[in-house]
Design a protein around this ligand. Structure first.
Ligand SMILES: [Zn+2]
Length: 178
């Protein structure tokens, strides 16, 4: 099994984590021997495999992007989102102040009460259906500033199969490579 060791002088015991990408990271004291670490990994193998399987099942797409890729994604995404926002805003009679592409790693989009809409650059790598869902979702927030039943029935009105798109979107793990 492949793993990465991170040593630290203040660490006293070994600890292992599995990242959503499936990488195995071992935190170790500064002078822990390779054999000692190897033995530890073998003792944790079952748990490690379970974690890896969990992330494999949870995410159908797992992608890490570089800074350069991110910049390109931002450029490419803006006109696409602008086009979708214009189309749905006209349909919904929504007033939009601005559309921006952000570096958000934790959320896909946001919407201010003033009609300023933001989308994460990460949407450049999801399907068109997911992008459309995000647009409908954010525009519906201009009428309902919450995630209530009323909010979702509004979403459903403009996108009857939004649940499938939402589920698909949750299956993307796209982040900047650290
Ligand atoms: Zn929302």
């Amino acid at each position: 099994m492949e793993y990465k060791v991170i040593r630290h002088h203040r660490r006293k015991r070994l600890a292992v984590t599995v990242t959503p990408m499936g990488e195995v990271i071992v935190k170790a004291p500064l002078y822990a021997s390779e054999g000692y670490i190897e033995k530890f990994i073998i003792s944790q193998e079952k748990w490690i495999k379970e974690q890896q399987k969990y992330y494999e099942d949870a995410y159908h797409h797992r992608i890490l992007v570089s800074q350069e890729e991110k910049a390109a994604m931002k450029k490419q995404l803006l006109p696409q989102m602008q086009e979708l926002v214009d189309r749905y805003a006209a349909m919904m009679g929504a007033e939009i102040k601005s559309v921006k592409i952000t570096s958000a790693e934790k959320r896909w989009g946001s919407c201010g009460k003033d009609g300023a809409i933001c989308f994460s650059y990460r949407l450049a790598l999801v399907s068109q259906r997911c992008r459309e869902y995000l647009v409908v979702h954010e525009l519906c927030h201009l009428k309902q500033f919450n995630h209530s039943k009323e909010f979702y029935s509004l979403v459903e009105q403009y996108m009857p199969h939004y649940r499938e798109a939402e589920k698909e979107l949750n299956g993307y793990y796209i982040h900047l490579r650290q």
